[in-house]
Design a protein around this ligand. Structure first.
Ligand code: PMP
Ligand code: GLN
Length: 411
């Protein structure tokens, strides 16, 4: 199609980096540590219930706001996690994955010209949704661990004077993703307190993308959702999904919890975009999630499983000459390839392509996650997904080690 015909607000976007890297990985038969999906099935109990519902439920339009049983189960789960009670009828909405939830929430609150605070690097859906709403993406940089700000905070971090400058012009929406994709950062209580204070001062909405909420590798007592901070319930729209919670990225079932007033706006957009999500998956999930002791046992098993995967990959990346910043949460760790270029410069996109072609291991270059600002000149980092079978990770490790041994540093 001629790009002249495409609406201008879409013209700066291309095919998603996840599609691009997955295709490139397939082309070179590379191990795909790029796209964040488990290469093993989620719990069979859920699959069996979804299969049962597929055969026996109505299989016609579900209620637009979601199947009642799933809304109830989500309400119970979110209450267990946060201590906040959301009414299943008025404050819980089932969406077609977190992706649709992001789109609906942004479009529910952002008018053309409204400013939206986003922490970069950021997940790609945010920029696309903001562009479609006609909003202005106001970036606040998370400085990488080797920079002065990152060194002081011992990880990806905000420069608070930059934050103050960004919010000085006011804003309508702030988007916070914790645990954070791609950096694996979990925002601390003191960081959240400052962000929430600014949201309240601006009478803005805080969209919390918490899809990795159960993938946490530090003391869970220290991990907070902003909605748990005093006075925040009426400002927060919280998103999660079954993709990461139950390891089914193909199901595309997500949920939004928010006050009744904010929910009304989100539901209008959701109704316009998809109207509803398929009932069999919702009902199958609801059956297992309503078995709360099963759900709790399953979710509490995740950190140990994924922490050991992360550890294995991290140790092997270090052996292969990368410097690793371990994730506090999420499916991803960040690894610096600085020593492979020995102070020289190679764009992360080029290094990622080189790694696919030569080592046959695929990762994501984080520079693609900057939308409101230029990516830093030297961003010698790659994002590696560790949500993979031990076999896949062993294969990746072997290839990375062989590649490092047979190749000198690049300049
Ligand atoms: N938000 C973040 C931060 C993600 O990494 C992803 C990818 N799982 C999504 C949202 C989209 O989630 P879903 O697959 O449920 O649409
Ligand atoms: N969230 C996944 C990731 O960050 C990918 C989602 C997608 O492919 N759109 O890797």
């Amino acid at each position: 199609m001629s790009t002249m015909k495409m609406a201008r607000r879409w013209s700066s976007f291309g095919t998603s980096i996840f599609t691009e890297m997955t295709q490139l990985a397939q082309q070179h038969q590379a191990v795909n540590l790029a796209q964040g999906f488990p290469d093993f099935p989620g719990p069979s109990e859920v699959l069996e219930q979804v299969a049962h519902e597929t055969l026996h439920c109505h299989n016609q339009y579900a209620p637009a706001i979601g199947e009642a049983a799933l809304r109830q189960a989500v309400s119970t789960l979110v209450h267990d996690k946060t201590g906040i009670q959301y009414c299943p009828n008025d404050e819980v909405t089932i969406t077609t994955g977190a992706t649709e939830a992001i789109y609906s929430v942004v479009n529910a609150f952002v008018n053309p010209g409204d400013r939206v605070i986003v922490f970069e690097p950021c997940y790609d859906s945010y920029a696309q949704a903001i562009a479609n709403a006609g909003g202005i993406l106001v970036p606040v940089r998370l400085h990488s661990p080797e920079t002065p700000v990152g060194l002081a905070a011992r990880g990806w971090s905000i420069d608070w004077s930059e934050f103050a400058a960004a919010v000085a012009g006011g804003f309508k929406l702030m988007i916070l993703n914790s645990p954070h994709n791609p950096t694996g950062k979990i925002f601390s209580r003191s960081e959240l307190e400052k962000l929430c204070e600014s949201v309240r001062e601006n009478d803005a909405v805080l969209m919390c993308d918490e899809v990795y909420e159960y993938l946490v590798y530090q003391n869970p007592e220290q991990v907070l959702s902003p909605v748990q901070l005093p006075g925040m319930r009426d400002y927060v729209v919280r998103i999660s999904s079954c993709a990461k919670t139950f390891g089914f990225t193909g199901f595309k079932v997500g949920w939004v919890t928010a006050s009744a007033e904010l929910t009304r706006a989100v539901r209008l957009v959701h109704q316009a975009v998809v109207f509803c999500t398929n009932p069999a998956t919702q009902r199958g999930l609801a059956t297992m999630m309503s078995d709360f002791s099963w759900t709790k046992a399953y979710l509490s098993s995740l950190p140990e499983v994924y922490a050991s995967k992360q550890e294995f990959l991290a140790e092997n990346l270090v052996r292969a000459g990368f410097a690793v910043q371990r994730a506090q949460g999420s499916y991803f760790l960040m690894a610096s390839y600085e020593s492979h270029v020995q102070g020289g410069a190679m764009r992360d996109v080029d290094f990622a392509k080189l790694l696919i072609q030569e080592a046959r291991v695929a990762a994501i270059p984080p520079s693609v996650f900057y939308y409101g600002s230029e990516a830093p000149k030297r961003l010698n980092w790659l994002r590696f997904a560790f949500c993979k079978t031990d076999l896949t990770l062993e294969k990746a490790a072997e290839r990375l080690l062989n590649w490092t041994q047979s190749n000198g540093p690049r300049v």
